[in-house]
Design a protein around this ligand. Structure first.
Ligand code: GUN
Length: 292
């Protein structure tokens, strides 16, 4: 029996549910619209936005991508966002990170209309998540991790959840989500970060271990309690010192950890597909709320 958490299969379930909501909107004459804004030529961002566009098209979400040069000023980016905020074609606006040096990403995210903030990066939505309100937008990767846990039958109630990484995109919002009251959460959450002491002993306590710190193959077999559920959010490009050939690896040393874990996400094919599924679901939620 495999212990893999099949992110592609669970994402397909979410897409089926999202497609049915898109059908309901179509009957009311509403087509969800999602605007992507990509600044510069970061190769990973090109791939990610391409995958999101493709899935939007498959589901019948109208999308466009504005590609801006690396030299774009913060001011002109903010003006484009302002125009998109007022454009009724767009229910969702996504500014792909990372942004070029010299652009204040926090300021940019805070200028997206919170009702169109399908990334869940606006301070209002971050605050709503922390307060346990459900009418805001939850960032897609943490929402996807929660969905993977729920759909794979992993109990979170009372579970020791250890999250490696305290970033604004994954670690912090995932902690907010899994510590809330409710059957999909109710975890006892610890965030471990670069200044934490004895990281290994924190990890070994975890019933659910989430690696989201962006360190290639950081989580080794010795750091995992037998039977723990391991979720690998990391995407790291490493190059082989002998051949110079580069490849993508997660934050988990998969071959070592898989035999110890109760369940584990493959990487790729775990968190990534579910992140895209949550973006589509957030876009449909925005369209439903804006057209209500
Ligand atoms: N860069 C890495 N992850 C994300 C994400 O979830 N949203 C956006 N906009 N940029 C990212």
């Amino acid at each position: 029996m495999t212990n893999l958490i099949d992110g592609r299969a669970f994402a397909r379930q979410v897409h089926t549910e999202t497609a049915s909501r898109i059908g309901d909107l179509a009957r009311r004459g509403v087509q969800p619209g999602l605007l992507f804004i990509r600044v510069g030529e970061d190769p990973a961002s090109q791939v990610y936005v391409g995958m999101k566009e493709k899935k939007a098209a498959e589901l019948g979400i109208h999308s466009e991508t504005l590609v801006l040069p690396q030299s774009t000023s913060e001011q002109s980016l903010l003006e484009l966002i302002k125009a998109a905020n007022h454009d009724s074609r767009w229910h969702g606006i996504l500014v792909q990170a990372p942004l070029p040096r010299g652009i204040d990403a926090a300021r940019v995210f805070s200028q997206v209309d919170p009702r169109k903030d399908v990334d869940g990066f606006h301070p209002l939505n971050a605050g709503r998540l922390l307060l346990g309100e459900t009418d805001g937008f939850t960032p897609c990767t943490p929402a996807g991790v929660q969905e993977l846990l729920v759909r794979s039958g992993t109990p979170t109630e009372g579970a020791e959840v250890v999250i490696l990484g305290r970033g604004n995109i994954v670690g912090k919002p995932l902690a907010s989500l899994l510590m809330q009251r409710g059957t999909r959460a109710n975890g006892t959450v610890t965030i471990v970060h670069s200044a934490s002491r004895d990281i290994e002993s924190h990890c070994r306590r975890a019933d659910i271990l989430v690696a989201a710190m962006g360190a290639p193959e950081f989580v080794r077999g010795s750091m995992v309690k037998p039977g723990a559920v391991v979720i690998d959010v990391g995407v790291n490009r490493v190059s082989d010192s002998m051949t110079g050939i580069s490849r993508l690896v997660g934050d988990v040393a998969f071959a070592e950890v898989q035999p110890i874990a109760g369940k584990i996400t493959p990487n790729p094919g775990g968190v990534g597909p579910m992140t895209i599924a949550m973006l589509m679901a957030n876009t449909v939620k925005a369209a439903e709320l804006l057209s209500a």
